[in-house]
Design a binder for this molecule. Structure first.
Ligand SMILES: O=c1ccn([C@@H]2O[C@H](COP(=O)(O)O)[C@@H](O)[C@H]2O)c(=O)[nH]1
Length: 241
């Protein structure tokens, strides 16, 4: 099973902070850097290039959710950026997922590079059963909804999903072994939960079969981001814990 080095979410909007964090994270195993909406809306494709030039792979997490034509055209632009991973919302439906995948491949082809892996967000890790039932008025359980979105994403030709590590075993039961489960909602034992609802520790994520963890604040808001990253990476990557 593929296990990637941890992905660090750089949810900041200050170039000075980006520079300091990249310097702190220039260690082995080298993390992938996640550029989310905050950083991308501030600095655009230039920030992706800057992070790549500093020697990091980039996960561009823009969670597209729109009509298929718009998603395909936008994914074509993303496909030209040379990022490793990018995201779309599974709730947009099969036609939108297929359009996204097509757009991404056509962008990569026109740039002469490898296409990014497109991951579908199943249910955000900040959602719990209460929100699902009382606010989204969904009548199945959270894990059933995540499992069903994973099947939909695989059928649409996507290589993986974003979910909580709590749902990985359930997803594995219904998809091909190579299907990727990338899991945010990671909190070391003594970390604050913040707005995340479906959390696990890095050790639990490994034990549950996550292919890659996404960690933001426990690293970026730590007094020692390098040490926080290294501890999390050791917990997640170690074979014998
Ligand atoms: O379901 C999801 C999808 C994406 N995210 C993103 O991951 C990071 C998590 O940051 P923390 O500071 O570790 O909570 C963040 O960028 C989210 O946009 C997610 O949390 N859950």
């Amino acid at each position: 099973m593929i296990r990637m080095t941890p992905i660090v979410a750089l949810d900041v909007a200050d170039l000075g902070q980006v520079t300091v964090l990249l310097e702190q994270l220039s260690v082995e195993p080298r993390p992938t850097i996640k550029v989310g909406m905050e950083l991308f809306y501030h600095f655009g494709p230039a920030i992706v290039k800057q992070i790549q030039q500093a020697g990091f792979s980039v996960f561009l997490d823009l969670k597209l959710h729109d009509i298929p034509n718009t998603v395909a055209r936008t994914m074509k632009v993303i496909g030209e950026l040379g990022v490793q991973l990018t995201t779309i919302h599974a709730a947009g439906g099969a036609a939108m997922l297929e359009a996204g995948q097509r757009g991404l491949i056509s962008g990569a082809r026109s740039a002469g590079i490898e296409p990014a892996k497109l991951l579908a967000v199943t249910q955000l890790t900040s959602i719990d059963e209460y929100v699902l039932h009382e606010q989204q008025h969904v009548n199945i359980s959270l894990s059933e909804s995540v499992q069903s979105y994973a099947r939909l994403s695989e059928a649409a030709g996507l290589p993986g999903v974003i979910c909580s590590a709590q749902e990985v075993e359930l997803i594995r039961a219904v998809v091909a072994p190579s299907f990727l489960c990338i899991t945010p909602g990671i909190r070391p034992v003594d970390a604050q939960q913040d707005d995340q609802k479906r959390i696990v520790t890095p050790t639990q994520a490994r034990q549950l079969g996550s292919n890659g963890i996404v960690v933001g604040r426990p690293i970026t808001q730590s007094l020692d981001p390098r040490k926080a990253y290294q501890q999390i990476a050791t917990e997640f990557m170690e074979e014998s814990k």
